[in-house]
Design a protein around this ligand. Sequence first.
Ligand SMILES: [Zn+2]
Length: 370
Amino acid sequence: MFCLPPLRRAATLTATLGLAAAAAVHLEPPASASLQGSGNARRIFIDAGHGGIDPGAIGNGIVEKELNLEVALRLRDLLEADTADPSGGGEWEVRMTRTDDATVSLSNRTTEANNWPADRFVSIHHNAFTSSIASGTETFSFANGTQGADLRDRLQEELLTAMGFVDRGPKTANFFVLRESLMPAALTEAGFLSNPSDAAALAAPGAVEALARAHLFGIQRHYGLAPHLPVSGPSTYCFPKVDSAGCVPTILATGTPSLTQSDFAIACDHVLSQQFGMLFWGREGLELPLLGGFLCVGGSLARTPVQFSDGLGLGNCSGRLELPMDSAFLASSGMLPGDEIFCQWWYRDPGLLPATPVGLSGGLKFTVLP
Ligand SMILES: [Zn+2]
């Protein structure tokens, strides 16, 4: 396994001999101790393995230090989104060994975590071996029967679920970062860059997201929380309805509603000719049945001015109306972090005039981030 610097290989070979002496350094409480961190927010230290002059493993076109960093950065974002999301999950403070391609010594990694002090240390690596046959997922802690081992086991389970690789099992190892970190620590090796099958899956679109989510879920479960994917973007709230012309008007969103970033916009697609409509939105989640659909607004109901489309012809399903909703708009509406916004596009459905004049798009739900 060439994943870690030479220290790791030497340490691995002497793990049995080194355990007794090293145990005095690693002052981790037993697994039966309280899982509470310091204060409400648990302090998670994310260690993206290698970096800078140390590339880690290289195999099948993947450089380990780069993949480690991608997963680590996405895990940080997920933990921060989870903190901002009141609908589940946990509260986290996050620090990282590195956020770019910096060279960081092993001792600096653990010293920074120990000085914080972190509640948990999660080191992200990927494996390699001289034979391309070796494959699968393995996760390490310093010892068995500890909170670090529990964290290790949850991470291993979630990585197996996410990637479907061979289960090489949870293991112990006398790795520097596991031994010298004073808090429960685990080190993940999700797959082998030297194995063509593992490497292809690790390089596939969505792999970084899947790996980051697996780490998030593992950390959550270690703390007794249900696995929770935080709401950091729009989620479908109502089912889209087909209108009388056979079109399915939809609303789409870019960005995430935030009180500090002006990156949020909504677009209404499939705006039909000779009709007008309004974007309705509200802060609370009242659901009122309306002609087989749902009225996805409530509370402080608001709406955009009436908008007219520009004559695309009945039955033409193309067309778009852009609606910017920036941070100033949210602030002026009294939005707070954690508030949920429900949005739906209401429009005049020409095929149903005059008996049932209102058509509805599908609904979207957002959570406002700080
Ligand atoms: Zn490594």
